[in-house]
Design a protein around this ligand. Structure first.
Ligand code: FA5
Length: 340
């Protein structure tokens, strides 16, 4: 340091006497910053005679760490003093409630999905995931829906490429084939997930909604096993018997196929949710078609199975009395707050 700059001792004294954090920080910048005297001292070392460089270097570094320690110590003193002043000053009330922290919660779809995953894993099912952007093979061909088959129009599918080889999956059924590729029978699996359809929306139809696929493959699996599993599922979700009906349904990947409908909880004689029918389509299902087993490299002469495609979004509607499926993915916090 030159004679015109304050002595190191006076700088230390100024740090120890700093009246507030801002002036302390300013002093720190001035003394310890890139343009400060200690930086200048360190930079000048190479110009000194070799025999005095070591000592000069040690001295500069000692000053640097002593000053930094003094700044840290004074800062802590100032903070403690400020806290003490706030606590003892007028207006401080230790009995006031703390500021409220906003808590989030699980989406009702997530809640039901997790409950179903618990229920099914307790019965030996594996939980699987599948891609939302799917190949034509898994979505159609392997599900016994060849090109030009009219059933391709059953679900209005979003196509991702002009050739139609890649689609946004309109149902979770392609996971059936992926499951058969991965697992050898006997096995049981469920696959909850998001699906997409190019259709006009109304109280019971969304373009993006959730389904849960189920697939069981084993020896001598029958319709009796299928109905038993469906009843267990509904009892698990609703905690009681709900009024259902089973009727024939057509899906190319099952034979025979069924539609399981639940009684509409919103009306007695028909409303916009059930489309005046008093029933809500909830759980199509059936015995896995032999062609689908073959596509999954499973011999239908040896193995049989059942599959179901639960409308998860509709199930959440029924469970919570939500009269419009479009609320579910609206992102409206006022709606979501009801499911804390
Ligand atoms: C299917 O998607 C078949 N993959 C189900 C299946 C799987 C059948 C395995 C047999 C074996 P469907 O298109 O009916 O089927 O849809 C299944 C369920 O999804 C319906 O019962 C309904 O609860 C729900 N769903 C269908 N479309 C919509 C929509 N636009 N919005 C909300 N939920 C819907």
């Amino acid at each position: 340091m030159s004679d015109s700059t304050p002595s190191f001792e006076s700088v230390l004294a100024a740090v120890r006497a700093a009246g507030d954090a801002a002036s302390l920080r300013a002093l720190e910048r001035e003394q310890l910053g890139k343009e400060g005297p200690i930086a200048a001292l360190l930079a000048s070392i190479p110009t000194l005679p070799p025999e005095s460089r070591k000592e000069a270097g040690q001295r500069a570094n000692r000053m640097k760490s002593e000053l930094a320690a003094a700044v840290a110590e004074r800062l802590q003193q100032l903070e403690e003093a400020q806290l003490a002043a706030e606590r003892s000053g007028a207006g401080f009330d230790a009995t006031l409630p703390a500021a409220r922290v906003e808590r989030g919660s699980l989406h009702p779809l997530t809640q039901v999905t997790r409950e179903l995953e618990d229920l099914f894993t307790s019965m030996g099912y594996t939980v699987l995931d599948g891609p939302e952007v799917e190949l034509d093979w898994y979505n159609f061909e392997a599900l016994n829906i060849p090109r030009d088959h009219p059933a391709r129009d059953m679900q209005d599918t979003f196509r991702c490429d002009p050739a139609g080889n890649v689609v946004l999956r309109p149902h979770t059924s392609p996971v059936q084939v992926r499951a058969m590729e991965r697992m050898r029978p006997p096995f049981r699996a469920i696959a909850p997930g998001k699906v997409f359809r190019q259709e006009s929306t109304d109280a019971s139809h969304e373009h993006t909604f959730h389904q849960m696929e189920g697939l069981v493959v084993g020896k001598d699996i029958s319709v009796g096993h299928l109905i038993g599993a469906m009843k267990t599922l509904l009892r698990g979700v609703f905690g009681r018997e709900i009024e259902i009906r089973l009727r024939p349904g057509y899906f190319p990947f099952v034979e025979p196929g069924f539609e399981l409908d639940a009684r509409c909880p919103f009306c007695k004689s028909g409303c916009r949710v059930c489309k005046q029918s008093t029933w809500i389509e909830l759980l199509p299902c059936g015995m896995v078609h032999p062609n689908v087993l073959r596509a999954g490299n499973i011999d239908p002469a040896e193995w049989s199975g059942f599959a179901f495609g639960l409308g998860l979004s509709r199930l959440v509607m029924l469970r919570h009395g939500i009269d419009d499926v479009r609320h579910l993915l609206s992102g409206d916090v006022r709606f979501l707050e009801q499911f804390r």
